[in-house]
Design a protein around this ligand. Structure first.
Ligand code: SF4
Length: 253
């Protein structure tokens, strides 16, 4: 796809390719969008449209190629850095978990401009739960991720765990480098002794970990215990698209 009309280039893709193992989702895509023009990316399901948009907006890394926005190279930048250049994507409606990672990145503010966002934890009740369940996209982080491929999350109410497993069509995990551990036991240990204990402190629960400054887990039986259910995601559940976006920064607990 090319556009030879005069004018300043707003968005330029040079030989952009995305491979998922053996699958080539986008192959050698080049385009040059000029200012004051409108472009549409059309194609059947599986053609790579969403993958291309996700690469442009930094939600997926490129396998090959380069992307420029108003002359500045944006490929290689994180999604929140690209969003600050006013280049971002929208979703039909989406649901955000009360995540420190999401907050620290400012993702909630960026996405709120163009999306209906469901904060089911802010407006408790059945209506919010049903809206959250029907959201097309769910964004959350992780309490621990292993280099062997497992994602570990712990919940007090199960809201995040349930939504990450069933309901939304697409789930994005946004994960800072501080969440990565070499194997599953280390990721489990981190989820409890680092993430849960610090979150208990942040939420000011009456638990021994919070009383101790969020330094470690004491395997408590407190009524306010926030570690009531644990999910280890080994592979995406059937019928759900899962993308994990690693950010090369320390984010969240
Ligand atoms: S089990 Fe209790 S002590 Fe341990 S992290 Fe969870 S809330 Fe804190």
């Amino acid at each position: 796809m090319s556009d030879n009309r005069e004018g300043k280039s707003v968005l330029t893709l040079k030989n952009v390719t995305k491979r998922f193992s053996g699958l080539v989702a986008v192959n050698d895509l080049s385009l040059d969008m000029k200012e004051r023009t409108i472009h549409a990316l059309i194609g059947p399901n599986g053609a790579g449209k969403s993958t291309a948009i996700n690469m442009i907006t930094g939600l997926l890394p490129l396998t090959e190629g380069e992307i420029y926005h108003e002359g500045t190279k944006i490929s290689g930048m994180s999604a929140h850095q690209i969003a600050q250049t006013r280049c971002s994507r929208t979703f039909q409606n989406l649901k955000l978990y009360r995540s420190m990672t999401v907050k620290e990145m400012g993702l909630d503010e960026c996405l709120a401009k163009d999306n209906e966002i469901v904060w089911h934890w802010l407006t408790p009740g059945q209506e919010a739960r049903l809206k959250a369940r029907d959201a097309s996209v769910y964004i959350l982080s992780a309490n621990g991720v292993s280099e062997t491929g497992e994602i570990v999350n712990i919940d007090g109410t199960g809201n995040r765990l349930a939504a990450s497993l069933f309901g939304p069509k697409r789930v994005f995990y946004v994960v800072g480098r501080n969440k990565i551990e070499p194997d599953l036991p280390a990721a489990m240990k981190r989820a409890r002794n680092v993430a849960a204990a610090k979150n208990a402190l942040r939420l000011q629960t009456k638990t021994p970990c919070a009383a101790d400054g969020g330094k470690q887990c004491y395997e408590c039986t407190s009524p306010e215990r926030i570690c009531c259910a644990t999910v280890i995601l080994e592979r995406p559940c059937q019928g759900m698209e899962v993308e994990i976006i690693f950010i090369d920064e320390d984010l969240g607990f």
